[in-house]
Design a protein. Structure first.
Length: 212
């Protein structure tokens, strides 16, 4: 008779990627605003990708979409960060990304931000974002090929993106947009960064910081 050992594997100190889907599709007004933002101009990054000159699109356009993102930022803060004090997280910059078929965006993180997000406007099957394990250098001191990849032994992990889906993640988490060789249309997404207002630390601990 086979002896089945009992054991547990705890997920310690994980990186968090929050995913949610908007119930409603983009309406005609939102589609027109997105078209106008792209027509205003864009900056080429690689051969097949660019982002819009307007990097504060939520300041004047896409009001309902901004409110949707802000609502889920509050949930992320409560469920993931769970701060003791009342803090006000707000969107700083926001811009449109366009990746043409076969294009990609190289590995990067978002500086001067706490939580970053991406809302997917137009995607195809196999479109995805690849995240890098922040501890990969330590893990690679002794490297072996796993029989099957999982969240513990992988250096990278890809999450596939879908229309009307929002992803929120720590701004320090390295990520890249993978190339989709099967794509026939442009992949369009809206990215944004956040910062925070409030009181951090305590005067009695000599580490009080007040951001207004």
């Amino acid at each position: 008779m086979e002896n089945k050992e009992k054991f547990e594997i705890e997920r310690l100190f994980p990186s968090s990627v929050y995913i949610t889907k908007r119930n409603s599709n983009l309406d005609s007004t939102e589609k027109k605003e997105i078209e106008s933002i792209i027509k205003e101009g864009a900056r080429k990054v690689g051969d097949l990708d660019y982002y819009t000159d307007n990097t504060h699109i939520f300041d004047s356009k896409l009001k309902n979409l901004k409110e949707f993102c802000e609502h889920h930022i509050k949930i992320y803060v409560k469920e993931v960060l769970n701060p003791k004090e009342e803090l006000d997280f707000y969107i700083t910059q926001s811009w449109l990304n366009v990746v043409e078929p076969g294009g990609n965006i190289l590995n990067h993180h978002h500086s001067n931000s706490i939580i970053s997000g991406t809302f997917y406007v137009a995607t195809e099957e196999d479109d995805g974002i690849k995240f890098e394990d922040p501890n990969f250098k330590t893990k690679n001191l002794i490297r072996f090929e796993p029989k099957e990849f999982n969240i513990w032994n992988s250096t990278y992990w890809t999450l596939f993106s879908k229309n009307n889906e929002l992803m929120l993640f720590p701004s320090w988490l390295e990520h890249q947009v993978i190339s989709n060789e099967k794509a026939t249309t442009n992949r369009i997404s809206i990215s944004f960064n956040t910062f925070v207002k409030g009181t951090f630390g305590a005067a009695s601990s000599l580490n009080e910081l007040i951001l207004k």
